[in-house]
Design a binder for this molecule. Sequence first.
Ligand code: FPP
Length: 321
Amino acid sequence: MSSTLYSKVVRRGKRFHALLCYDETVRALLETLEKGGEEVRLAQAIDPGRLPAHIAIIMDGNGRWARRRSLPRVAGHPAGMRPVRTAIETCGQLGIEALTLYAFSAENWKRPKAEVEMLWRLLRSYLRSELPDLIRQGVRLTVIGRLEALPGQVRADLAEALRKTSQNNGLQVNLAINYSGRAELVDAVKALVKDAQDAARRGKEIEIDEAAIADRLYTAGSPDPDLLIRTSGEMRVSNFLLWQIAYAELYVTDTLWPDFTRADLLRAILDYQKRDRRFGGLGAHAPRPVPTGLRDTLAEAGVVENIVEPALVESLSVPTQ
Ligand code: FPP
């Protein structure tokens, strides 16, 4: 995530002001938003220094969204594609490191065959139509879950998308497909036992600690989610990233997934930024100063929107001769 501080001198009227600014984080997002709208207000309130590194989303409520419109429940899934695009685009613009989307749980096989097949068709069509855009945005696609159980064509399309985005260094979009948190732990334990047996054959022992398990999860190498969002109001974690969400902040909204907008995502991030994350300890992690005030004046002056500390800005201002 990029949030380096830098200084910048701007002229306001007859005075020059030395500003301490965050870098381009948030600005990339602001530039794409319609001026004066709710999204701009929300984006401007975001503290670029306290963004979650990793957001995970349980995209729930597609069926109910369709039912409320007297449509067959499967009609909710294509409607759930727009918020997928918006979430990816917004997280990318904010410089967030990883976004994990729960697209198909291991339990979803229990659904009618026609619905499951529709979800595979939808995933394939998404990969075909969105891949150029994902590449343009610098997205690196990864997948977690027991992929061997997926239809061959789905696996082939996923493999191609993974290959074509593997060199990108923007947002990591991690699709959870045929994913189960418990199955992931079983797979990690199996891998650990195998590694321990291999080590024993060489007369060695391996350390069995938290890192040994984390290193054998599907998500090895990625930061744990800081923020877990669930749409459609259910207060459950539904077997999602059970190990990794140990200290995630939970955000549940009644909004159904197809209705989940950029503004909803920004609201979730703002709510997250209000939380005091103690990780079992007592003291809060010292937050970076919240950028407040002076935004209108600075917008007029064409300066980046996020100021570290207005008082500091004023104290640094120097009159021109
Ligand atoms: C839950 O809603 C949603 C799913 C099981 C599928 C999620 C899939 C998508 C949003 C589209 C595909 C995604 C990608 C990344 C290509 P539900 O059907 O359980 O809704 P309900 O609880 O109202 O019945």
